[in-house]
Structure formats: structure tokens, C-alpha cells
Design a protein around this ligand. Structure first.
Ligand SMILES: NC(=O)c1ccc[n+]([C@@H]2O[C@H](COP(=O)([O-])OP(=O)(O)OC[C@H]3O[C@@H](n4cnc5c(N)ncnc54)[C@H](OP(=O)(O)O)[C@@H]3O)[C@@H](O)[C@H]2O)c1
Length: 329
């Protein structure tokens, strides 16, 4: 049994983590042993290793926030699960591991026909995309939404979910080389960021009033996105990929009465009722299992390659997610 462990944090994330052997604790009542099949490396995982994320586990810690596995062994008096069932791992449970012991009641059953690699990315990015589209502005079919970092996994899910709701999206990327991949993932309108973005967007949408802008970049990219919004539009920031504070000029912000909001899924988990959370996961799990919602995957790695995997995830210009398959040789 091996897992990706770290005992300190530092600016080069792959240098603080390594694959270590560990002993499994014996199973208690109501617990199951899970063989982990897949777990992605998200930007928040990288920020957790560098110490820049909004919530940090005590050290030493096991990396990884989400993933899927199969039930391998049942503990005493545990009959809610069958051996071999595909399950969603508890969020935040240190998922970069070949095996884990979990409380049976914290597991969520997944459709058995689903692709474990795609299902491993279910807990974080699909609900983020869905909730940002749903919780801030009462959008109607035919409305436009604009987002940057459209080449991200969240960006891809947002395009797919928006299309299924009859919404039109303007998708901004930071480099020309990403345009074709974002279009191939289903986005009709993809523009490269730049100072004249608002003019190109107005031409594309024939001047339609855009009521929702979704920003994962910060810095001047926030201002360029905000300039594309209509009067009293809402901009939701959910990430800071540029590493810079969101910039907004008073002329953009004040004269057009823009609303600036933040979204953090961790906060939604704290406040949404269990029923509401279950409804969101049920809806999204079915869509992922049926292949209606998916994200591009650049490469998969075994647990022994954890450092290479983290370096690839932290690197620039990826063409999809880095996913660990911890038990892969
Ligand atoms: N608030 C929340 O609850 C929440 C939940 C989920 C995710 N997030 C955040 O959402 C963002 C996207 O996550 P993800 O997992 O979808 O990401 P991802 O698939 O790993 O993709 C990262 C994206 O960021 C872009 N990027 C990197 N550096 C950039 C820069 N300096 N300027 C502009 N774009 C840059 C990349 O563009 P290239 O392709 O050009 O490299 C890529 O499109 C992250 O900031 C993440 O932390 C937040």
C-alpha cells in the first residue's frame, strides 16, 4: 500500500510530496476498505502543497481531495455495500493513495457503467460549473454567459451544462493554441483574451446584454471580462490562475453598477443541506456516467510517479487534466 504524503509545504509542489509505504489500520464497525481507481490533481491540490489554498490540512498529510474506488473488503457489521461496488471517495480524504479505509456512510454509490477516470473528477469541478450558472443570475434560455480560462476543466463543464440549458457562451482563452481544443469540446464561440476583447464580444453577440461573467484568472483579465458585461451584470470570481488580485477600474465597476461575487465550493458544502448536495451529485453523476459531461485528460500516472504527476499538473499549457491511477504499475 502506498500513498502520496507530504510533511512540509513549499513553492515547488512536486518537491514536497513523495510516494510512501504505509500500513492499513484494521477495519472497524461500519468501515470498508477501498481500492482507489482514480483521483485527479486539481489547481487547489497544487495550492495546498504550496500553502496558498484557503484551507490547509494539518501536517503530515496525504494529498488529494476527490476520486473514485471500488469496495474491496467490508468491516464487521457492515452490510450497506457489496464487494466491487464503484463509489465516490469522501471529499478531502487524502485520495492519492492505493487504498483507504472509509466510513461506509460517507460513500456515494456511482453508476457501475461509468468510466472511473471521468467519475473521479465529479466532486469538485462539475458542481462548481453548475452552481455558478444556477445560483447567481436567473438566466433564461437564449441568454449569454462569458467566461475566461475556458480551457480549464471547469470551463469545459460550464460549456456543456450551459448548452444543455439553452444558454450561449463566449469562451475566453489566454492563448491561440487552445482555441481548437476548446471548440472540439463543444464550445461554439472561443476568443483569445486581449485589450479589445469587449469590442470583439459585442460584435459576436450583436451587442446582447451579458448578465453573467465567470472569472478564474484575476489580474487585468478580470477587468477585460467585466468590460464585456451589460449594465448591472454580475461577475463571479472563483479562481486566481494569474496569481494576481482581481483588477477592476472604477469606470467599469461603478458607472455600470456591476456586482462582484465570489464562489467557493467548500463554502457551499458547509451551507447546502445534505438533500440539496445529494440532488446535485445524483444529477451530475448520471450525466458523467452517460458521457454527457466530460473533461479532457492529458495523462495518467501511478502512485510511484506522484512527483512527475504533480509537476505536470502545476505546469503550463496542459491539454487536459492529470489523473492519478494509484494502482497502475
Ligand atoms: N472556487 C471554487 O470552488 C473552485 C472549484 C473548482 C475549481 N476552482 C478554480 O477554478 C480554476 C480552474 O480549475 P480547473 O480544475 O478547471 O483547472 P485546470 O483544468 O487545471 O485548468 C487550468 C486553467 O487555467 C488556465 N491558466 C493557468 N494560468 C493562467 C494564467 N496565468 N492566466 C490565464 N489562465 C491561466 C489554463 O490555461 P492554459 O490551458 O492556457 O494553460 C487552464 O485553462 C482554478 O483556479 C481552480 O482553483 C475553484
Amino acid at each position: 500500500m502506498k500513498r502520496g504524503e507530504y510533511a512540509s509545504r513549499g513553492p515547488v509542489p512536486q518537491e514536497v510530496i513523495s510516494a510512501k509505504e504505509f500500513e492499513l489500520p484494521s477495519l472497524g464497525e461500519g468501515q470498508v476498505l477501498i481500492e482507489v481507481l482514480a483521483s485527479p490533481i486539481n489547481p487547489s491540490d497544487v495550492l495546498t502543497l504550496t500553502g496558498e489554498y484557503g484551507m490547509l490540512p494539518p501536517l503530515p498529510a496525504v494529498g488529494g481531495n476527490e476520486g473514485v474506488g471500488r469496495v474491496a473488503t467490508l468491516g464487521p457489521q457492515t452490510d450497506a455495500w457489496a464487494i466491487g461496488e464503484l463509489v465516490l471517495l469522501p471529499i478531502g480524504s487524502g485520495t492519492w493513495t492505493t487504498h483507504m479505509v472509509a466510513d461506509a456512510q460517507r460513500l456515494i454509490a456511482l453508476p457501475p457503467q461509468g468510466d472511473p477516470l471521468q467519475l473521479s473528477m465529479l466532486s469538485v469541478n462539475p458542481p462548481t460549473a453548475l452552481l455558478m450558472l444556477r445560483e447567481f443570475v436567473d438566466l433564461q434560455p437564449g441568454d449569454w454567459v462569458i467566461q475566461n480560462a475556458a480551457n480549464s476543466a471547469v470551463g469545459g463543464y460550464l460549456v456543456q451544462i450551459a448548452a444543455s440549458r439553452g444558454l450561449k457562451t463566449v469562451n475566453i482563452v489566454r492563448r491561440k493554441s487552445a482555441v481548437d481544443a476548446v471548440k472540439a469540446s463543444g464550445a461554439e464561440h472561443v476568443l483569445v483574451d486581449g485589450d479589445d476583447l469587449h469590442e470583439r464580444v459585442a460584435e459576436l453577440t450583436s451587442g446582447a446584454k451579458i448578465r453573467l461573467g465567470i472569472d478564474a484568472v484575476g489580474g487585468m483579465a478580470s477587468e477585460r471580462l467585466a468590460r464585456c458585461l451589460g449594465q448591472a451584470g454580475t461577475m463571479v470570481n472563483y479562481g486566481g490562475m494569474s496569481g494576481e488580485p482581481c483588477m477592476l477600474s472604477p469606470a467599469t465597476f461603478v458607472f455600470r453598477d456591476l456586482h462582484l461575487r465570489g464562489f467557493w465550493l467548500a463554502q457551499w458544502f458547509r451551507t447546502a443541506t445534505p438533500e440539496k448536495q445529494f440532488a446535485v451529485f445524483r444529477e451530475l453523476a448520471l450525466q458523467v456516467a452517460q458521457g454527457e459531461l466530460k473533461a479532457r485528460i492529458q495523462a495518467t500516472y501511478g502512485i510511484d510517479q506522484i512527483r512527475d504527476a504533480v509537476a505536470a499538473a502545476a505546469g503550463d499549457e496542459r491539454d487536459g487534466k492529470i489523473v492519478l491511477e494509484p494502482n497502475k504499475g
